[in-house]
Design a protein around this ligand. Structure first.
Ligand code: FUL
Length: 624
């Protein structure tokens, strides 16, 4: 009996070894994505929703002390969000179930700061229920953002809070069906009692996987996918899906933003990049930004610098105060979809022929590793070479000279990320020579190159790979010029002030700086900015424009004063904060509690975003 079993096992082993040899399958290289990570990467483009008390208060970070009654949308319509996402060509929606203010968009058992305490639907509403149902109805995947930083919870900053947060997570992840992505914000500030929390990430991760084994966990360092280092939508041109994670963690323990932007070649874990960026200047809705929705050109740019650079795109579209996606945003999303469709409508590669410098031999009667596999629409068919071919090339013949300006490449990532660099050349029929068109580095799941239109019949792509390349797709396009449909409307409420003078610092000339074509003031931190508007003006909000570069010496904490005579000052904001300015240095709008009248403005910096002793000002404006 025993011998029989051994014999059967041996036979099985021989047969399977034989079939591996016959198949001549590609050996995977380096760390690999899980099946769930491959499925996630194929989702490419999905919606972020920031919604909560901040929607109503014009701030980016609430402080947890807001009255839950401020959350009072008149017409929440999650089906409209889902219909918009679907029509925009998106594959899912991730919602801020709980942001840093601690407010829960569902009636959580573990908090007293939730929709239940708000007037919305007489406290009987549940945004997560409505949205998860709507996602199912529209065939979208559903994901949640939960901030461990909680400025409302009385236990934040104590050892018991970690378990409370795990319970909160458990509640969400067991109540609303399948969750494709769990978004963990690394922000870790002070809570109620002025204390910070040491997060128990192991406990949080275990809670996610127990409920949702397939969920992709986002954080600065994964494990499912990673932040790509900025909120501008620009992933690294070189972008490895692999990252060294030992010794690093989310938030302050994260690797430098530069590393998150490019990943690590040969990194120890598969942690692909996700690009999160907002369609408006801020993450939350504000009426001030209705005319600042990103243009189609900007969104197309972001498409190329995210999805076109081996990253998924999580585009934030914040619902307005009624609880619906504003027409300005949904119109733009549809224009963006049209622009993508027009760009990629006609893949000239489909009608082309291709030959490779080397092709791996398969066992099948048709060779499943042939180069023509790169020309079809099927991601799961690919061209590959013999194991020792690290510098092979393919030549594509378009059959006649064609005008082209885009090239799309995809590696078959279940076999790992293998291409280190590649060169694209085109055949110049007059010169009778191959001319260099582009020299680039990584490909990964998807890489799209833009270049000025050329006329070419033949293209050659030369690869330099760490292991024989496995190329799933080559697409060649002639993208039409973008027709810009939007008009840039000036902010109607902005007060135009012509005859202003600078009182402090004393000289404008000594403070002004020009870097990369942008003018801004560079001032010592203990010198306040004082402006004489020349006349008295009535206004009810102001804005500070920082230098638009992450982690700069922009103002983080400040006092703001007004005066009619330049001597007696009224302090309107004390120890206030331009939240999230380090990662997202966009114009900061500040509403005042009532309309005021003043001739002089004083902005007194208390702390800068990088802790430095100077601060930058690119603009200070007032609004009706
Ligand atoms: C950041 C947060 O601090 C912002 O408010 C926003 O939620 C963004 C997506 O992540 O870390």
């Amino acid at each position: 009996m025993k011998t029989n079993l051994k014999f059967i096992l041996l036979l099985f082993l021989v047969v399977s070894l034989f079939s591996v040899a016959q198949n001549n399958s590609v050996k995977p290289y380096g760390v690999l994505p899980t099946k769930y990570q491959v499925d996630w990467q194929k989702m490419e483009y999905y919606m972020f929703i920031h919604f909560g008390p901040n929607t109503f208060t014009n701030v980016e970070w609430g402080n947890g002390k807001e009255d839950p009654k401020v959350f009072n949308p008149t017409d929440v319509d999650c089906r409209q969000w889902a219909a918009t996402a679907k029509a925009a060509g998106m594959t899912g929606i991730i919602i801020t179930a709980k942001h840093h203010d601690g407010f829960c968009l569902w009636p959580s058992k573990y908090s007293t700061h939730t929709v239940r305490e708000s007037p919305w639907k007489d406290g009987k509403g549940d945004v997560l229920r409505e949205l998860s149902d709507a996602c199912r109805e529209y065939g979208l995947k559903f994901g949640v953002y939960l901030s461990p930083w909680d400025q409302n919870h009385p236990d934040y900053g104590t050892p018991q809070y970690n378990q409370i947060f795990a319970n909160t997570l458990n509640e969400v992840l067991s109540s609303y069906g399948e969750v494709f992505e769990q978004w963990f914000d690394g922000a870790n500030g002070e809570g109620h009692g002025g204390k910070k929390q040491v997060y128990n990430w192991d406990l949080f991760h275990e809670t996610v996987y127990r409920n949702q084994p397939q969920a992709i966990i986002f954080s600065d360092v994964g494990p499912g996918c990673r932040w790509m280092g900025n909120e501008r939508g620009v992933a690294g041109e070189t972008n490895w899906s692999t990252l060294n994670i030992t010794g690093f963690g989310p938030g302050r323990a994260a690797p430098p933003a530069k590393i998150l932007n490019t990943g690590d070649q040969g990194g120890e874990a598969w942690v692909p990049a996700e690009t999160d960026v907002s369609i408006r200047p801020g993450w939350f809705y504000s009426p001030e930004t209705n005319d600042k929705v990103k243009s189609v050109e900007k969104l197309m740019d972001i498409y190329y610098t995210s999805i076109g650079r081996n990253s998924n795109l999580l585009l934030n579209v914040p619902p307005d105060r009624s609880g619906r996606i504003h027409a300005a945003d949904s119109t733009r999303l549809m224009e963006f979809r049209r622009a993508r469709e027009e760009t990629f409508a006609d893949n000239l590669a489909i009608k082309a022929s291709v030959k490779a410098s080397n092709t791996r031999k398969g066992s099948d009667s048709w060779n499943r590793f042939e180069a023509y596999n790169v020309l079809d629409d099927n991601y799961d068919t690919y061209w590959t070479t013999n194991d020792n071919e690290l510098n092979p090339s393919i030549e594509i013949d378009l059959k006649k000279a064609q005008t082209i300006n885009r090239l799309l490449l995809q590696e078959y990532i279940p076999s790992g990320q293998r291409v280190e660099s590649f060169t694209v050349k085109f055949w110049d029929a007059n010169a009778k020579a191959w001319i260099d068109l582009a020299k680039e580095t990584t490909i990964g799941y998807k890489r799209i190159l833009r270049f000025p239109a050329i006329s070419a019949r033949k293209l050659k792509i030369e690869f330099k790979a760490l292991a024989c390349p496995v190329i799933s797709t080559v697409g060649i396009y002639n993208a039409p010029e973008l027709i810009v449909t939007e008009k840039v409307v000036d902010n109607k409420n902005k007060i135009d002030i012509k005859d202003w003078t600078l009182i402090s610092p004393q000289s404008l000339e000594s403070a002004i700086t020009n870097e990369d074509g942008a003018y801004f003031l560079k001032i010592e931190k203990n010198t306040p900015l004082i402006v004489d508007l020349g006349n008295n003006y009535k206004f009810s909000s102001f804005s500070y424009t920082p230098l638009s570069k992450e982690q700069s010496s922009n103002i983080l904490k400040y006092n703001f004063y007004i005066s009619t005579d330049g001597k007696n000052w009224t302090k309107l904001k004390e120890n206030a904060m331009f939240n999230n300015i380090a990662n997202s240095p966009v114009v900061q709008y500040v509403s005042l509690s009532e309309e005021v009248e003043s001739r002089y403005l004083k902005l007194e910096p208390l702390e800068t975003a990088d802790g430095g002793d100077i601060y930058f000002v690119a603009g200070l404006d007032i609004y009706k």
